[in-house]
Design a protein around this ligand. Structure first.
Ligand SMILES: *[C@@H]1O[C@H](CO)[C@@H](O)[C@H](O)[C@H]1NC(C)=O
Ligand SMILES: *[C@@H]1O[C@H](CO)[C@@H](O)[C@H](O)[C@H]1NC(C)=O
Ligand SMILES: *[C@@H]1O[C@H](CO)[C@@H](O)[C@H](O)[C@H]1NC(C)=O
Ligand SMILES: *[C@@H]1O[C@H](CO)[C@@H](O)[C@H](O)[C@H]1NC(C)=O
Ligand SMILES: *[C@@H]1O[C@H](CO)[C@@H](O)[C@H](O)[C@H]1NC(C)=O
Ligand SMILES: *[C@@H]1O[C@H](CO)[C@@H](O)[C@H](O)[C@H]1NC(C)=O
Length: 330
């Protein structure tokens, strides 16, 4: 009797031990599985942070909500080359409508000539955890005068200037370095041999003009007279992709105005080729004036380009820490 009871007790005891051991196993299993999950998340977190860039804050990081990531398309082609040059019907039609019809001109034919003359490359495909490329986008606003930004601007890896904005005589406020100058035929100036000419083509004729200034020099007029040639290094020429212009119009300007202004396009372009973007010379002076820093003509704040909307978007990018706006002397 006693023996039997003992056996039963032992069996029961054994069952408890088994149950205890298996639940421990499950708990341990869960524990390790969870920590594995946590570890995965942690390294994923670091990996996704590292994936954006090597600066403290990265333009392309997705930390800050949906507003930015709904607009920012990192796979949009931004510079034209022979393999990405094809435009679908929609884009071609929209682009041809910007500055007058040029339907008679064969786009494919023009692109073929472009890349027999200029570098046919995959530009700026080096984004990644180890890159920290800082850029200064320098507009032409009078708010640069007495700003003393020159040294700060020149510290950036890239300094992008727009249209005719000069450095000579304004070094203290605007700096002296220009790695990229954004232009189109009507705004063209001579470049020194360290500067990339970045053509923003608003029409096919702009591409033909680019070919002409390095070859036949026969184009002297678009809707106004334009230089038939300029000093510039042919091996440093870049051409903005027409699809990029439409992308900025649709996603960033949301169709306000006829099409995006050159300043706005340049700023969004910088978001795609740089990891950190500092913006100078945009907006009015502290007295509310809109003149250039170098002459009395007005910077473009017009509703041809949906100026109010562009301005709000730029301020929002600043609030979201995607750019830093430097407003100059106040
Ligand atoms: C980003 O651009 C690429 C290339 O044009 C396009 O295929 C893709 O659909 C775009 N992505 C979004 C989310 O719009
Ligand atoms: C346009 O130019 C390309 C390349 O030169 C040629 O193959 C094509 O036939 C031309 N298309 C038209 C409609 O002229
Ligand atoms: C052209 O640019 C695209 C990115 O927009 C890139 O994938 C492609 O490799 C480039 N082609 C050449 C010939 O460099
Ligand atoms: C670039 O321009 C500078 C100054 O004008 C000149 O000294 C230099 O030799 C030029 N370099 C090339 C490669 O042409
Ligand atoms: C641009 O937007 C900012 C922020 O919304 C505003 O303070 C400023 O007055 C605007 N500038 C113009 C010229 O509308
Ligand atoms: C996100 O945006 C807020 C303001 O809206 C800003 O204070 C913060 O620094 C931003 N964070 C990053 C990582 O950009």
């Amino acid at each position: 009797m006693a023996k039997l009871r003992t056996t039963v007790q032992l069996k029961r005891h054994f069952r408890y031990i088994t149950a205890f051991l298996s639940s421990t196993t499950i708990l341990l299993f869960l524990y390790f599985q969870n920590s594995a999950v946590i570890t995965t998340y942690a390294s994923y977190g670091i990996a996704s942070k590292r994936a954006a860039c090597g600066c403290n804050t990265c333009v392309a990081s997705r930390e800050n909500g949906t507003w930015f990531s709904e607009r920012y398309n990192r796979t949009i082609p931004f510079l034209l080359n022979s393999t990405n040059s094809e435009l679908n019907e929609d884009i071609l039609k929209w682009w041809k409508g910007l500055q007058g019809a040029a339907d008679v001109i064969n786009y494919t034919y023009v692109v073929d000539i472009l890349f027999s003359l200029f570098p046919d490359e995959d530009h700026f495909s080096d984004a990644g955890p180890d890159r920290c490329r800082t850029c200064a986008v320098v507009g032409n606003s009078g708010n640069l005068l007495r700003s003393n930004y020159g040294r700060l601007i020149d510290l950036h890896d890239f300094v992008l200037r727009i249209n005719k904005g000069p450095t000579k005589g304004f070094e203290k406020d605007v700096g002296s370095k220009t790695t990229h100058r954004i232009m189109y035929p009507e705004s063209a100036v001579d470049l020194d041999n360290s500067t990339h000419l970045v053509l923003f083509p608003y029409k096919i004729l702009d591409m033909q003009w680019l070919i002409s200034i390095f070859t036949t020099k026969h184009i002297t007029e678009t809707y106004m007279s334009v230089p038939s040639t300029i000093n510039a290094d042919r091996d440093k020429v870049m051409i903005l992709h027409p699809e990029f212009i439409k992308y900025v119009n649709d996603k960033w300007a949301e169709g306000h105005g006829g099409y995006p202004s050159t300043g706005f396009l340049t700023l969004i372009f910088a978001l795609h080729i740089c990891d950190e973007v500092n913006v100078f010379g945009f907006g009015a002076t502290s007295e509310g004036q809109w003149h250039h820093y170098f002459d009395d003509s007005m910077t473009s704040f017009s509703n041809l380009h949906g100026g109010d909307f562009e301005n709000q978007t730029i301020h929002f990018l600043h609030q979201q820490n995607k750019i830093s706006l430097h407003k100059g002397w106040t």
